[in-house]
Design a protein around this ligand. Structure first.
Ligand code: SAM
Length: 259
């Protein structure tokens, strides 16, 4: 096809760097019988080596012109192409336990990451290229500037590790920010299980509403100091000082001790 003009609205920054592409595929460790789903294949930088390695490669792509291009590739007969918005995609429509991969469009990465919790039971692992700043927030531990709602909510579901740093010049067009590849592996229950996930999610959202305020202040409409103390939270602590486990414990305590 004539050269594809990268579309900003779809977050298109195409990987060019062969050694980074190899590193990503090596990290994914695709095996012939794996069910692999790639989000946003674009011009097939990662798709081509994945298609060479597995029998079942699904790709989800929103850009119609790219879908047309993908259908012309020599390995197109081995791709299951799903045209549409990944934010609306039902991952359960693909049977089996899955490995999910993607150099994600950065503008939708946070809402997308929040959706994967729904599917943890059927995910083997996920490898994503993201803005480095987002990766740092995902893996951040308490008492650091990067620790926040994203860290707690994703650490509830996943063990996460930042694997590869990727500079802007590895892409065309080059993004303005540094990127990194993260590995996410489901670890259900590692920080405890919330009896009501939606309550836990609402609590964490409220807890980090104002980072500079104490947890007592942020949660004054949801939890009294006795509840905080009962699960081992100092009411004078700030939200970023509190371990993820304690948010799960507090949510469960509030559900069962509603006075
Ligand atoms: N994987 C390619 C690579 O590494 O060069 C392309 C990566 S590019 C950062 C993101 C890709 O996701 C583009 O192909 C873009 O069209 C696609 N995309 C953007 N928004 C999407 C959405 N909501 N659903 C599915 N694909 C989307």
């Amino acid at each position: 096809m004539k050269e594809h003009q990268a579309r900003k609205r779809f977050g298109q920054n195409f990987l060019q760097d062969k050694s980074i592409i190899n590193d990503i595929v090596r990290a994914v460790r695709p095996e012939a019988n794996d069910v692999v789903i790639e989000i946003g294949p674009g011009l097939a930088a990662i798709t081509a080596p994945l298609a060479a390695a597995v029998k079942n490669l699904h790709v989800i792509e929103i850009d119609r012109d790219i879908v047309t291009y993908l259908k012309t590739l020599p390995f197109a007969d081995r791709l299951h192409i799903h045209e549409g918005d990944v934010l609306k995609f039902d991952f359960n429509s693909i049977p089996g336990r899955k490995k999910i991969v993607g150099n994600l469009p950065y503008n939708i990465s946070t809402p997308l990451l929040f959706r994967f919790g729904e599917y943890v039971d059927d995910i083997i692992d996920m490898h994503f290229m993201l803005q480095k700043e987002v990766v740092e927030r995902m893996v951040a531990r308490p008492k650091t500037a990067d620790y926040g709602r994203l860290s707690v909510m994703l650490q509830y579901f996943f063990d996460m590790e930042s694997l590869i740093d990727v500079p802007p010049q590895s892409f065309k067009p080059a993004p303005k920010v540094d990127s990194a590849v993260i590995r996410m592996i489901p670890v259900p229950g590692r920080i405890g299980l919330a009896d009501d996930f939606n309550h836990f999610a609402a609590l964490v959202k409220q807890a980090f509403q104002q980072r500079r305020k104490t947890i007592h202040n942020n949660l004054k409409d949801m939890a009294r100091d006795e509840a905080l103390l009962s699960v081992g939270i100092n009411p004078a602590a700030r939200p970023e000082q509190i371990e993820p486990e304690l948010y799960v414990a507090l949510s469960n305590y509030l559900l069962h001790n509603n006075d």
